[in-house]
Design a protein around this ligand. Structure first.
Ligand code: PMP
Length: 387
């Protein structure tokens, strides 16, 4: 027995051997010339991956939540009005972070599995002005995807900064920061960017940087303050030594490797691969009678799939799926937590991973007494992959 299981949760995901090798290289000084090259290159490549030629990238040690806090801390001053387009747990989290930084938050919400309509958001923005709006591109608790292109268009119409939580989307879902008029996109390393957890990543556009520069009050977080980090990012890009807080050298080395691999695949190819993998996985689980949490396929993300347990089945299914070789995740959204599970399929994921996972789910369901046409799920997934 090999004893190896594939990790199919919505982050961390499986990483390429080259990325993992970079994690194991001897750690250099953070001021070593070869590290300055790596950091500088990673910053330049982030602009390409975010499709944000005019953006200012920040790479900071921390998780995605720090990236959210960095957006809030640097753009919000006490009393500023902010609109949160809330599609689940991570919308709730943004509300909490923004309020902690003194924002007056208004929310637009939708039932679990759905997203607020553009008309709803437009109507809310009319009651502004709002200094900024935040949108979660893919909410990892519900598995829904928002229409960032059109939401950003609305932000522009009302002269409201558009902040996108792309933690579960960047480098997996189509996202074109500059072209779509997004002012700030944030993410973390451990999902579609394909690097072990530990990096908070932000790319801020010119309007966001201008709002930051014009602040009247100091940023209310020392660690998240761009005043401290901007000179560091600028220095590394100019291949000059600089220090504010010790960067996570090996993670940045690994990030640079992953960004190179992402760009070598080509962003459009990568988005298309995520769509194909997602379509195959969703075809597999729906072919055996399972129901997805998103209300329609148009509103379902391509980086993960959220699935209701069938009648009579509960979270005891997950250890069985693991026994069959695939590790998947439990529910996260408080309203439906016990009723569904989540499968991540992003980053270096392959069609073979999809077949193994659908097969493992089928095996676990069969062992749990669910009656269905065993093998129909794998066949449906394989048909999509073979198209
Ligand atoms: N936003 C979204 C959409 C996420 O999926 C996550 C993590 N699952 C976060 C924010 C927070 O990221 P982290 O767990 O790395 O702090």
């Amino acid at each position: 027995m090999k004893g190896r299981k594939i990790l199919m949760i919505p982050g961390p995901v499986e990483f390429t051997p080259e990325v993992l090798q970079a994690m194991g290289l001897p750690t250099t000084s953070h001021l070593a010339p070869n590290f300055m090259d790596v950091f500088g290159q990673a910053l330049e490549r982030l602009r390409e991956v975010f499709i944000a030629p005019s953006g200012q990238p920040f790479i900071i040690a921390g998780s995605g939540t720090l990236a959210m806090e960095m957006a809030a801390a640097n753009l919000v001053e006490p009393g500023d009005r902010v609109l949160v387009v809330n599609t689940g747990l991570f919308g709730d989290r943004f509300v909490a972070i923004l309020e902690r930084h003194g924002a007056e938050v208004t929310q637009v919400t939708a039932p679990v599995g759905d997203v607020p309509s553009l008309e709803q958001v437009d109507a809310a923005l009319q009651k502004g002005p709002f200094k900024l709006m935040t949108v979660t591109h893919v909410d990892t608790s519900t598995g829904v995807i928002t229409d960032i292109r059109n939401l950003a268009h609305l932000g522009r119409k009302y002269d409201t900064l558009v902040v996108v939580d792309g933690v579960c989307s960047v480098a997996g879902e189509e996202l074109r920061q500059d072209e779509w008029g997004i002012d700030l996109t944030l993410t973390a390393s451990q999902k579609a960017l394909g690097v072990p957890p530990g990096l908070a990543i932000v790319v801020a556009g010119p309007r966001a940087m201008e709002v930051f520069r014009r602040r009247k009050t100091p940023v209310r977080s020392f660690y998240a303050d761009w005043t401290n980090w901007l000179p560091i990012m600028e220095a590394y890009e100019a291949r000059q030594p600089a220090y504010f807080g010790t960067p996570p050298v090996n993670l940045i080395w690994a990030l640079n490797v992953s960004l190179e691999q992402i760009l070598a695949e080509g962003l459009d190819n990568r988005f298309a691969r995520h769509r194909r993998i997602s379509a195959a996985f969703k075809a597999g689980v729906t072919a055996i009678g399972l129901q997805l949490v998103p209300v329609s396929l148009e509103k379902a993300a391509h980086t993960l799939t959220t699935i209701y347990y069938p009648e009579g089945i509960d979270a005891r299914l997950l250890p069985l799926i693991s026994e069959a070789g695939a590790i998947v995740a439990s529910g996260r959204h408080p309203v439906i937590k016990e009723r569904y599970f989540r499968v991540g399929h992003m980053g270096a994921v392959t069609g073979a991973d999809v077949l193994v996972t659908v097969g493992a789910i089928e095996w676990a369901l069969a062992r749990s007494g669910y009656r269905f046409d065993v093998g129909a799920g794998v066949a449906a997934a394989e048909r999509v992959l073979a198209e």
